[in-house]
Ligand binder design. Structure first.
Ligand code: FMN
Length: 225
């Protein structure tokens, strides 16, 4: 089982997507803590118009597996992805292998749907702003507890309808996200992201910001600290 951590900075910087899971089921105590963390997220007007649906019975997992297979059929040509040869040990092959394992094994593991109630006169983006913080809290809590998790796009590639039907979701709710969970085979590790100088502006768009963190990193690289 993977190591958890109570250090927020370690958790945030190592909460990589985990796609390869052990067979051990996720116990309720761990899952409930992650779900409780999800409920601590902010939402517009603190309306909390969210539902978190745990998908774990064999019948429902079979539908998740269908959604995963459907998504794979859509994304393979889009990303030019194919199953790597057994002998291929390049980083790309390893990454594809993990993606295929996640999709192929979708029916064997639990997952969570993040649903948001539609609100009149509220844009989809604004609605998203009231549910994705909950999903991120869930992902960080999972990482803190050593649990593996991977968001998926499966509801966007034809899976939404079958999942709505199997859980009986009312028409005025939308599925915002779906996260596979399980005990990691392998470990969490540092996330790879663009440096903040590439993504931060101050006062003006495309203004080159030099932040204190940037200066500290430059000094560290130059060995002056
Ligand atoms: C909205 C969303 C949808 C995603 N869908 C998939 C997916 O369908 N299959 C998959 O293997 N990973 C999926 N991911 C995981 C991303 O590929 C992953 O977060 C990204 O490559 C960064 O890698 P990291 O999370 O390991 O740092 C999704 C992530 C997000 C946020």
């Amino acid at each position: 089982m993977s190591m958890g951590s109570d250090d927020l900075w370690e958790v945030m910087s190592t909460a990589r997507s985990i796609r390869r899971f052990a067979a051990d089921p996720v116990d309720d105590r761990v899952l409930d803590r992650c779900l409780e963390a999800a409920t601590w997220a902010p939402s517009g007007a603190n309306a909390q118009c969210w539902r978190f649906v745990v998908l774990r019975s064999p019948e429902v997992r079979a539908v998740v597996a269908r959604a995963a297979a459907q998504a794979l059929a859509v994304i393979e040509p889009v990303y030019g992805m194919s199953r790597p040869a057994a002998a291929d040990d390049t980083p790309r092959a390893r990454s594809y292998r993990a993606i295929y394992e996640l999709h192929d094994g979708a029916g064997e593991h639990a997952s969570v749907l993040f649903a948001q109630q539609k609100l009149p006169a509220t844009s989809d983006l604004l609605l998203g702003g009231s549910i994705f913080p909950a999903m991120q809290n869930f992902l960080l809590a999972a990482r803190a507890m050593g649990l593996g998790a991977c968001p998926t796009s499966w509801t966007s590639y034809g899976g939404e309808q079958v999942l709505r039907e199997v859980i009986g979701m009312p028409d005025d709710w939308v599925i915002a996200g779906h996260v596979m969970i399980g005990w990691p085979r392998g470990s969490h590790g540092p996330v790879r992201r663009h440096p903040i100088t590439d993504v931060v502006d101050v006062d003006r768009w495309n203004h080159e910001a030099v932040t204190s963190l940037d200066r500290a990193n430059a000094q560290r690289r130059a060995g002056t600290t």
